[in-house]
Design a protein around this ligand. Sequence first.
Ligand code: DGY
Length: 325
Amino acid sequence: MVKPKCVVALGLPSDMIDTLGDAYDVAAWPESQPMPEAVLKDWLTDAHGLLCALSTPISAALLEHASRLQVISTISVGVDHIDITAATRLGIPVGHTPGVLVDSTADLALGLMLAVTRRMAEADRWIRAGNWAQGWQSDLLLGTDLSQATVGIVGLGAIGQAVIRRLRGFGSNVLAWNRTPRHMDGVQMVELDELFARSDIVSLHTAMTPETTHIADRQRLASMRAGAALINTGRGLLVDEAALIDEVCSGRLNAGLDVFSVEPLRPGHPFLSQENVVLLPHVGSATASTRLAMVGRALENLHAGMAGQALPYCANPEVYPISDS
Ligand code: DGY
């Protein structure tokens, strides 16, 4: 029997590829570098399934070319690397991995808040550079207290809510904004402009869509208090990065960033020389158990799509006809 073809557009452990090979004719990209678009286009010509991740942009042109494609499964909750409008128009379901990375990402956002407000990365660099010549000093590397901070949460989805649950333990005052009305005990819902103007820390947790692109724009960043911090574990394009560079280079704002408008960060990027910015390489979901759970959901989606069934975690459920039952 001829097996359906499945393209795996990222490096995965060989035992996983072997298991997929039991069911599918697998074309697996063997490199750690992202797959070039021309190669992907070629491989997708006769493919039925695609397993991918954030490093593989899936354009409308690629999808129109992949005339047999019946499922895209991405190992991520975000689907902004995929032209979801085109996939929906072409009737291709897109599977993603919601739910399983909430706690890991919320932990990392809290980590960034503490790292920025207590200057942890800067202190680590300072020690390693051999600067610790005296013992305890009363004014060494002074920071600010999370317990005394007003923290503004942009986006009250699962991750935003998980961040707030953690902040309760610190005793922070929490403001929040959401696209649609939401309520959470102990949280003051405010307009976006007010949130930026009143917060000591603004943390971004809204999904990346055309409407949320540059939600942290130049004007909102300029309205933030001097010494305030922007935390971003969502997507780089939620922030007007040029405006943020100006704010952190002037020393007015601090930042803790796990995501960037272009990844990886290019050598010589202005953030790299700023003490007041903590930088992480898009590792919000990077714990062993979370990554395993993400792969698990992605495989469930892939297998369902390859069998012509509805995906259990579908980002564009409108591809399915509405059932009368
Ligand atoms: C996602 O899943 O969208 C994260 O950004 C990467 O884990």
